[in-house]
Design a protein around this ligand. Sequence first.
Ligand SMILES: N[C@@H](CCC(=O)N[C@@H](CS)C(=O)NCC(=O)O)C(=O)O
Length: 237
Amino acid sequence: MSYTGSINDEITEEEFFMLTLHGFPYSNYYNMVKHALMLKDIPFVEHTVYPNTPELLQVNPSGKVPAMTTGEGTCLGESSVLLDYLEDAYPEKPLYPADAGARAQVRQLMKVAELYLELPARRLLPAVLAKVEVPRATRDEVRAGLERGVDSLRALASFAPWVAGEQLSLADIHLRYALAIPKLVGPAQLDWDIVAAVDGLAQWDALMADSDIARKIDADMQANLGDFMAYVASLNK
Ligand SMILES: N[C@@H](CCC(=O)N[C@@H](CS)C(=O)NCC(=O)O)C(=O)O
């Protein structure tokens, strides 16, 4: 299975020597890294490539999106690793607090968003994309799994105005794009709206959407929809 659509699937010489984000703009994990790159004003190029393709496997052995090549010969995978790399390599405009305890709380929010909100909801994503119903037992399991994330978010988030307090942090960026999956599958499969389920989340979500960076990422995402759906269709052939 390999997708060959109207995408730039060759790594150019320019991309090889510049920090490059590999993946596709419909991907929420890709977008959390892209958002951090833009917020930190780091020059980068985007290489559009879909999961598990030979081009992506060259730079990320798991075949998952996103991947990053640093321009100095280092290939990296896993979004949280890419985000930490950016903090280490580009310490100007930090997106973690300086205090160790506050940093750990930001990381805790990121973990909670990934493990207990994004990942349980992702189980329903193929069915939502294919517009088919999921068995009741699976939906109940996912809904129960999401409750852990929602309870954690209610307890940990301060929304004052950012999720971890007065400073915008990686927790905000991570949560915005992790939430994309429960926001999509909740109404479609669970008759449930996560944004309404947590006090303060709707206002925070609107605040996060109200920036030039978020608008650019959302526009790029919509522009990629056709290509992404062609990739999804190619998986079922
Ligand atoms: N743990 C990975 C998850 C990334 C992920 O699931 N990416 C999706 C695209 S949004 C993907 O590559 N899916 C293809 C697959 O799982 O084979 C990360 O944080 O980077």
